[in-house]
Design a protein around this ligand. Structure first.
Ligand SMILES: [Zn+2]
Length: 248
């Protein structure tokens, strides 16, 4: 599981207020994965004869189109992109956790140029997502409308977030939206039942899942936040059951 991938990091900006990985680190990770694993398309994850890596990207940042897609194309690797629709309709309508991070980690104004804001925080545009969805390597999934904590939302809000994001992305791309990922990896039985009822075929959590008895909608993922080889070996081998950010 990845999120945004920046063009380049800025050391004066707190790590929590910018994408964890830049394009060079991301490509190093891809090269390491290629040396060690084969890769799957989303529709192959249930095939018992296949094993390998499924690359997923959460939130739908514009850098997924500008930075990640060219790298995937260069290596001919499939990717599943979970998009939050609020910042697709308006790329400058940043997600609340982005705004919170910017509030919590005071950044010198001079560093936040329009170019950096676009690279780090903007959502992918409608035009870009239409183009992306046509690429045979790309599968688009939903990641709600506003990126809420679903387990703390009302049932009607949960249904609205899951249903309307799916509908919007289906209208935009012309494809059926089959996959969902839980914002913050957070869900409970009500959320899970709603995902299942609305016609999604699979849903993804993060490193820890709740094991509520419906594994199709509780697929764990390994969050990658660093390109060092010992880190990648530990994470991919399962030594780290927790996201490394929680340990250090
Ligand atoms: Zn997210």
């Amino acid at each position: 599981m990845f999120h945004g991938i920046s063009d380049h990091k800025i050391s004066e900006i707190d790590q929590n207020a910018q994408p964890y990985l830049d394009k060079n680190e991301f490509e190093n990770i891809i090269l390491w994965l290629k040396d060690n694993f084969s890769f799957l398309r989303p529709d192959q994850i249930w095939n018992p004869d296949k094993s390998g890596i499924l690359l997923t990207f959460d939130d739908g940042f514009q850098n997924n189109y500008r930075t990640v897609l060219p790298i995937l194309k260069r290596h001919n690797l499939p990717g599943l992109f979970f998009v939050t629709t609020q910042h697709i309709k308006n790329p400058r309508n940043w997600l609340h956790f982005v705004k919170n991070n910017l509030k919590n980690y005071k950044i010198p104004k001079a560093l936040l140029t329009n170019e950096i804001k676009e690279d780090y925080y903007n959502g992918i545009s409608e035009k870009q997502i239409i183009k992306m969805a046509k690429d045979p390597l790309v599968t688009i999934g939903s990641h709600t409308i506003t990126h809420p904590v679903l387990s703390k939302s009302s049932e009607s809000d949960i249904e609205n977030e899951l249903k309307e994001s799916k509908k919007y992305l289906e209208n935009l791309t012309g494809n059926s939206i089959e996959y969902f990922s839980y914002p913050f990896g957070d869900y409970n039985k009500i959320v899970l039942d709603c995902v299942s009822k609305l016609g999604y075929s699979a849903a993804f959590g993060i490193d820890k899942v709740n094991n509520l008895g419906n594994s199709r909608f509780e697929i764990p993922r390994i969050g990658i936040y660093n390109d060092s080889k010992p880190y990648l070996s530990a994470k991919l081998s399962g030594i780290y059951k927790l996201p490394i950010r929680e340990i250090i």
